[in-house]
Each structure stands twice: as C-alpha cells, then as structure tokens.
Ligand binder design. Structure first.
Ligand SMILES: [Zn+2]
Length: 376
C-alpha cells in the first residue's frame, strides 16, 4: 500500500518503500495499491485484492465484528467473461446493432453467472469445514447452509470483459486512446456497470464488473474470432486479444501517460483491474522505479511494473531471454548470449496477466509477450 506515511522522502516508512522499489526492479513484486486513490473509489476504505486483481465491493454496512468494515473472509462466487471483440464483429459496425447485441450477450452472461450462483446455493458448511466453520471464510454451524453469505454484498460475482481495445478499433476505426475511441470505450464500460447495477437490484447478489485476467483464454478467444470473422487487421490478426481495458501492447505510449489514461477505466472496473507498465532492467535505476511508484500513488489505484529478470542455466546469462521464431514459425525462447533454447535449462519469468508465470505459455500468450513495447 502506497500511503502518505511511506511514499515521499522524509515520510516515516520511506526507507521501506526504497527497499520495495529495489525488490520490484529485480522480481516484479511487490505491486502497488494507492491508498489515496482507493479511498476515493471504495468509500474511504483500503484493502488488498483477492488473487491478482479481484476486488470486493466496499462494505458500507459494517459486516465485521463490532460493526467494523469486513474484507477478510468475504469471497467471490465466480466469473463469466464477455468477448467484446466478438460483439463488435457480429454487429457489422452498425452501432445500434452493437448495443442490441450487448444486451443479448450480457443477458447470456447473467444466466451463466446465475448457474454458478445456483450451484453454490444449498451447499452445507460441512463440505469444507476449514473454510465455512473454522473461520477462513466464515464461522457457520455444522450442517448450516452457506446461502446467506451469497447475498447482501457479502460475496461478489463477476461480469468479466475482454478486448475493449479491439472492440473500439473495429467500431470506431481508432484506438481507444484517441478521443473518439475513448468516448466509445467509456460508453461500453458504463453500459456494463449499469447492467451489473440492474442485476444487483433484482437479485441482491453483488454483481460487479471485472477485468478478466484471461490467462490462456486470450488465445482461445482470438482463435474463435479468426474462425468466425477471418483476419481483420488490428482486430483479429493476433493470436491474442487485449486484456480488459488495457492499451494494446504494441501501442507506443509512455508509462505515465498509460497509467493516467488507464486510471479512468480502472475506476469503471470495480470488481477487479490491474494496470502495468513494461520496463527494461531497472536494477541500476531505483530512482526511476520510485518515480513510477509516486506517480501510481497520485494517479491510479492498482498498478505494477513488469521488469525482465531471466536466467540461462547454460551460460549464466542474467537479463532478458528473448522470443524468436524457429524454422517452422513457432515462437520459442532463446538465450541471446549462447543460443540455448532448452526450456528446462532456463528460468523465464513474465507477468502473464497479474500473476507471474514461469512455466512458459501457449503460442497466443507468447506472441503477446513478444510484442509488448517498453513504456519507459
Ligand atoms: Zn545462455
């Protein structure tokens, strides 16, 4: 948590922030929540995300002991993700048809989410005593149903979305960083939030809009798009689609502009979101890491820096291991010093979507990683 007592020189925990920056430069963690922005977005509360980016809806009632706001122990019922690029391509660039399809597809998402909810309803606390009886999530009695925890904002359920970037490109002909594209993209975000609000009012289940991590689904969605619509330049011509509201990984934009731009969308993605910037090896430039952290504190709720800290076990190279095409056009990892391509003899760590992956990725995700431009 970046807060007023740790973010500027002279503050009480500045020394810890400097150590954190050093660690981020080498290991990509910690990542950072701005307490300042979070208080603005979450009714004055500050709390960590669940997993890589999922955020609970603020507790306004005082669900904890002695009426305190409760965050630990609450949970999420699941996610269903809407492929926005598919909605766009299915509309033939006709905006009224686009909104009709949005209604249809979000309705389908609601049904799918209710399947998850219904599946959980009636579950007895006995199925997982540590979770439901001994306090990990709750302290229910033996034989008690978990149902009351599924309502009244105790747990959330997530409407996910993906590919706002390509969706906007198809519908408006420009990137969502362009003012015309941005207006359209924000309209999509507001629409999705409105749907969640309607469903919340109808069901008393806490629906919330969530920027899906899309770990390997990015490849699945991209393959399906190509099958249905063929190759549309800038829209379906990659083996991946862009995560949530993110700026396309190939778009030239500096770290500060990117964080500022994405912060507006992050505010509209209350169920979960993470922004990141791609940076080179920063271990010799901790001052710059600290500058980015201070910028995060002032401008965006949740963000992280993606550095490159790989290791070749064959020659001892420490730095970036690169992605190259092999003879058959397949993307493979290669040490730039000794040419080693044996994945068992190298350690590669990349931020996949929020989590840091080290087990290598499918071709879609590998292409996305290869094409990431530097923001600093
Ligand atoms: Zn090597």
């Amino acid at each position: 948590m970046l807060d007023e007592d740790n973010i500027y020189p002279g503050s009480k925990y500045w020394y810890l922030t400097k150590l954190a920056a050093k660690c981020t430069a080498k290991r990509m963690v910690p990542d950072y929540i701005s307490a300042k922005k979070m208080k603005e977005y979450k009714n004055g509360d500050v709390y960590p995300c669940m997993g890589c980016r999922s955020f609970l809806t603020p507790d306004t009632k005082g669900m904890g002991e002695n009426g305190r706001h409760k965050y630990y122990g609450r949970f999420n019922q699941g996610v269903v993700t809407l492929n926005l690029v598919d909605v766009a391509c299915s509309s033939d660039r006709d905006e009224s048809k686009f909104w009709e399809l949005m209604e249809e597809r979000t309705e389908l998402c609601r049904k799918a989410l209710m399947c998850r909810h219904e599946r959980l309803k009636g579950t007895l606390s006995d199925v997982a005593p540590i979770l439901w009886q001994h306090g990990a999530l709750a302290r229910l009695g033996k034989g008690e149903k978990i149902d009351r925890l599924l309502y009244h904002n105790y747990s959330t359920i997530s409407l996910g979305y993906a590919g706002l970037c390509e969706c906007t490109r198809f519908m408006t002909g420009v990137s969502h960083t362009d003012p015309i594209g941005k207006e359209f993209a924000l309209k999509v975000m507001k629409y999705l939030n409105d749907r969640c609000a309607e469903w919340r009012a109808e069901t008393d289940i806490s629906f919330s809009l969530y920027g899906t991590p899309l770990e390997s689904t990015t490849y699945k969605f991209a393959s399906c798009l190509q099958r249905r619509f063929g190759i549309i330049p800038g829209v379906t011509d990659k083996n991946y689609i862009t995560n949530s509201y993110h700026v396309h990984v190939t778009e030239e934009i500096d770290a500060f502009t990117k964080l500022k731009f994405e912060s507006e969308f992050q505010q509209l993605s209350p169920g979960g979101a993470i922004s990141y910037v791609e940076v080179p090896d920063m271990t010799q430039n901790i001052e710059a890491v600290l500058s980015v952290m201070q910028y995060i504190y002032e401008n965006i709720m949740y963000a992280e820096l993606n550095t490159k800290s790989d290791y070749c076990q064959k020659c001892g190279h420490e730095g970036e291991i690169q992605i190259v095409s092999d003879e058959d056009g397949k993307l493979v990892w290669e040490c730039p010093i000794c040419g080693n391509r044996d994945q068992n003899l190298m350690n590669v760590a990349r931020r996949t979507c929020g989590y840091i992956g080290t087990q290598f990725w499918n071709q879609g995700r590998t292409q996305e990683i290869q094409e990431r431009v530097m923001h600093l």
